[in-house]
Design a protein around this ligand. Structure first.
Ligand code: FE2
Length: 202
């Protein structure tokens, strides 16, 4: 069964004014859509991989055949990352977390403001295209910037929430002002979905 582009769980304009509708449409339909198509194209060359989940592929890239490994890393990573990204944003987003993830954030980073600052810095400071991720590693919450479409799952971690800092995520509205986009992005975070991911994987 081929991988499919998941529908966006809200309208393209739902995250306005923080993320504009045109950016959302291009980002979801074209960028994410292309990752899905390219991933399917690679898997077609190796039918023995059909039926593997994207998590299976990314968490064990060394077992993916040489000739498609980079394509799977970049496009499987793109599919996986964006599938999480749409879910952890919401038109009713923003504010501060509650529940288990809030406690874990305070435990790991001191308080919410320190956590917000650390994830923002990781995202803003990621040179070139990439992501800032909050993830579980060895049972602990960590924060790091990852290049391209890499994801903590490639290093044995579990991604909890991430912010896309590829220029395609913000350039139409924010041009080169990545810090302004990241600051606005916090107003979209769906803490309920983030807490669900944390509760599921902790
Ligand atoms: Fe993206």
């Amino acid at each position: 069964m081929a991988f499919e582009l998941p529908p966006l769980p809200y309208d393209f304009s739902a995250l306005e004014p923080h993320i504009d509708a045109q950016t959302m449409e291009i980002h979801h339909d074209r960028h994410h859509g292309t990752y899905v198509n390219n991933l399917n194209g690679a898997i077609q060359k190796h039918p023995e991989l059909e039926g593997k989940s994207v998590e299976d592929l990314l968490s064990d890239l060394s077992s993916v055949p040489d000739d498609i490994r980079t394509v799977v890393r970049n496009n499987g990573g793109g599919h996986y990352n964006h599938s999480i990204f749409w879910q952890i944003m919401s038109p009713d987003g923003g504010g501060e977390p509650s529940g288990g993830v809030a406690e874990a954030i305070s435990e790991a980073f001191g308080d919410f403001a320190s956590f917000k600052d650390a994830l923002s810095k990781a995202a803003i400071g990621q040179f070139g295209s990439g992501w800032g991720w909050l993830y579980l590693s060895g049972g602990r919450l960590s924060i790091k910037g990852f290049p391209n479409q890499d994801n903590p799952i490639m290093d044995g971690g579990v991604p909890i929430m991430g912010v896309d800092v590829w220029e395609h995520a913000y350039y139409l509205k924010y041009q080169n002002k990545r810090p302004d986009y990241v600051a606005a992005w916090w107003n979209t975070v769906n803490w309920s979905a983030v807490n669900d991911r944390y509760s599921q994987y902790r």
